[in-house]
Design a protein around this ligand. Structure first.
Ligand SMILES: NC(=O)c1ccc[n+]([C@@H]2O[C@H](COP(=O)([O-])OP(=O)(O)OC[C@H]3O[C@@H](n4cnc5c(N)ncnc54)[C@H](OP(=O)(O)O)[C@@H]3O)[C@@H](O)[C@H]2O)c1
Length: 272
């Protein structure tokens, strides 16, 4: 696993849809809890709030791992680097740790977009690059389009969605997955199985679901405004689900419940 995704960085704090004071409060709690990886995006409209909040918590820059994502509208030869410079100014940093393409281009030709990520590294504006919401086929094309490692494909990943094809492709291409909607925005709580399994380890339903994700080799992004949930989502490293419990959770993937689908994002590609 990439060192960037080990230890603390296996759990990132997501910032969508937080803004303003709510974001500043949540980020303060997250950093106090121990989160060092922070996830934002141009599309969230909150990079300036993230920058202000991170300045206020007074962490050393090198101790933080900040991800931002290029919005599809800025994924053009003209707009890409200027938009990234604007993001960095809002975030009050000179270089982002991880720069992702937020969505694959609607026309499907991913190579020029991946080359623009490379240019961001060459210009010193990004340390590492990756992709988000890419299908298995797009992961392969993206890998072939660059000599630089693509350090993640950030995708919807939780126990209610069957992402086995992407998991296999992550192994095949060496592009690890990271999750969003990790607790399926609360949908997992409709399934008593998580509470039952969590209780067997002295853990909550959310922690059982997040642990399942980690044991699939996927790093997690979670978002919460509540101190107890922010803490719980971080405290998932001190237990291991048995293979029987992993299998019981695996069985829920037939639900195939996808949150970020075409109704929400018209250009969202279908996963295999
Ligand atoms: N790349 C992409 O296209 C993409 C898309 C979506 C999201 N993301 C990123 O991923 C992050 C997380 O995804 P998400 O916010 O969509 O989904 P999520 O983490 O599955 O759901 C967040 C919701 O779940 C609740 N929650 C979180 N932890 C909980 C816990 N331990 N117990 C009970 N409820 C809990 C939160 O409510 P409370 O505040 O009440 O705790 C919040 O309403 C986002 O913030 C964003 O950074 C990326």
């Amino acid at each position: 696993m990439n060192p960037l995704f080990q230890g603390t960085h296996q759990r990132a704090f997501g910032t969508w849809p937080l803004q303003g004071q709510a974001l500043r409060d949540a980020l303060r709690i997250a950093v106090d809890t121990g989160y060092r990886a922070i996830d934002t995006a141009q599309m969230y409209g909150n990079e300036a709030d993230v920058g202000t909040a991170l300045k206020a918590v007074g962490m050393k820059r090198e101790d933080l791992c900040i991800t931002t994502k290029i919005a599809p509208a800025n994924d053009t030869a003209e707009a890409f680097l200027p938009s990234l410079r604007e993001s960095l100014a809002k975030l009050q940093i000179d270089q982002v740790d991880i720069l992702l393409l937020h969505w694959p281009p609607a026309h499907g030709d991913v190579a020029p977009s991946v080359q623009r990520l490379e240019e961001a590294v060459q210009a010193g504006l990004a340390r590492h690059i990756g992709i988000s919401n890419f299908t298995a086929a797009m992961m392969r094309t993206a890998k072939a389009a660059t000599k630089l490692p693509l350090i993640t494909n950030q995708v919807e990943f939780h126990p209610l969605l069957d992402q086995r094809v992407l998991l296999r492709t992550a192994t095949e291409t060496g592009i690890p997955l990271s999750s969003y909607c990790s607790v399926a925005r609360g949908e997992i709580f409709k399934y008593p199985l998580f509470e039952e399994i969590g209780a067997g380890y002295g853990k909550t339903a959310a922690q059982a679901a997040l642990r399942w994700i980690l044991q699939k080799g996927v790093t997690i992004n979670t978002m919460s405004t509540r101190r107890e949930n922010i803490q719980a989502n971080f405290d998932v490293m001190d237990f291991t689900l048995s293979s029987i419990d992993m299998d019981r959770i695996d069985a829920l993937n037939s639900t195939n419940y996808r949150i970020v689908n075409r109704e929400r994002v018209p250009d969202a590609p279908d996963f295999d």
